[in-house]
Write a protein that binds this ligand. Structure first.
Ligand code: PMP
Ligand code: GLN
Length: 378
């Protein structure tokens, strides 16, 4: 077979989770919660299955769920989005990303991404013949040099992919960042894919800046979200894309022949749950407590914790502990110290060694306490 992705291997998340299992290590690598999902939400899924919601959903998604998403956007950002023409329910954020790229990218198009970048971005672009133009962000602050973005734009630039709050850098962009981007894209024909799956997980009083809130961005944006992050249910693989009507129409043309529609009883259950509970308001405090517990607990260890502004990840520096590469050290830590993490070198397309590991803190308190105990002994 002439591989379409010759340089792509099994994802680092699958690799590290498998290594964790093999060595019975505490798995802080792949990003997922290890505490139970809401019992009310699970009961609602059962109830909708019993009531007979077991057949295909409408292609763009169940209307009650699209209405609740519109309600949430209005509640959080004070903006009106039309559930009929602007919201499409997808199989997780991943399918929304992939479908957006499939909708836009033609062979030879250039797509700007910021590295460290979420692992699905590059292969998805390359599958459609796009050329990735990476802009490297470096520790410690991972901020964007907007001059560099201006310089990277060419007449072939089709799309910019932004991830805010960003995985794995745990960086939250400021209003000035979004305004800069708005100025860059205004009057251009470049689209924006704004991956906002961690929109509700921002810390220390920060406000998430959605691309939806910036008119010159909104008119050219596909904004991606994930119920996995919102409801602590990554295994349900449900998410959505918000885009202006004309862009949503094209997105749905691809979506209907990719999956057609996604899980009906779960869509209905989430709609009812969101209507009854506005729990997304509690997420910053919920995760900030976990972030602070872990950060405090690692004080006095040989690791240095980098501040996490958002997402449920933080970065740990092992500078001063070892000269091993990130991948080697991540293996060492899993096999010999019982804690699995992700080397952030895996999120760069060119070699980049910063002695940084990503660690997921969406875990119950016992697991975080165990992590502290194990990492303090390194
Ligand atoms: N984008 C980013 C930045 C992510 O971290 C994730 C999930 N880890 C996704 C997209 C995919 O979301 P989902 O699990 O809903 O497919
Ligand atoms: N998004 C999760 C992470 O960043 C993993 C998702 C996956 O395994 N594909 O860890």
């Amino acid at each position: 077979l002439d591989s379409k992705l010759p340089t792509t291997a099994v994802s680092v998340f699958s690799q590290m989770s498998a290594l964790a299992e093999q060595h019975q290590a505490l798995n802080l690598s792949q990003g997922f919660p290890n505490y139970p999902a809401s019992t009310e939400l699970i009961a609602l899924v059962n109830r909708y299955m019993e009531k007979g919601f077991n057949q295909y959903a409408p292609m763009p998604g169940c209307m009650p769920l699209r209405e609740q998403i519109a309600h949430k956007v209005s509640d959080v950002y004070g903006l009106a989005v039309d559930p009929e023409t602007e919201i499409t329910i997808t199989a997780g954020g991943t399918q929304a990303l992939f479908t957006t790229i499939a909708t836009l990218v033609r062979p030879g198009d250039e797509v700007i991404i910021f590295e460290p970048a979420y692992d699905s971005y590059r292969p998805s672009v390359e599958l459609f013949g796009g050329k990735v133009v990476p802009i490297r962000l470096l520790a410690p602050d991972f901020s964007i040099d907007w001059q560099q973005v201006r310089a990277a734009i060419s007449d072939k630039t089709k799309l910019i992919m932004l991830n805010n709050p960003s995985n794995p850098a745990a960086k939250v962009l400021s209003p000035d960042d979004l305004k800069e981007l708005e100025e860059i894209l205004r009057d251009s024909s470049i689209f924006l894919l704004s991956d906002e799956v961690y929109e509700h997980i921002v810390f220390d009083g920060r406000q998430h800046q959605s691309a939806l809130s910036y008119p010159a961005l909104r008119e050219r944006s596909f904004v991606i979200a994930s119920f996995g992050k919102l409801l602590h249910t990554t295994g349900w693989k449900l998410g959505y894309a918000i885009a202006p009507p004309e862009l949503s129409r094209e997105f749905r043309k691809v979506h209907q022949f990719n999956v057609f529609s996604v899980n009906t009883p779960m869509q209905m259950a989430i709609a009812t749950y969101l209507k009854e509970e506005r729990r997304y308001r509690d997420l910053p405090a919920f995760f900030q407590e976990k972030r602070d517990f872990l950060t405090e607990g690692l004080r006095g260890s040989r690791f240095a914790v980098q501040p996490s502004e958002g997402t449920y990840f933080l970065l740990l520096s092992y500078q001063g502990i070892s000269d091993l590469s990130e991948m080697e050290f991540a293996h060492h830590l899993t096999i010999n110290h019982g804690v699995a993490t992700v080397p952030i070198a895996a999120f760069y397309s060119e070699p980049c060694e910063q002695k940084l590991l990503r660690l997921c803190f969406a875990k119950d308190t016992d697991s975080l306490a165990k992590a502290i105990d194990l990492l303090q002994k390194v």
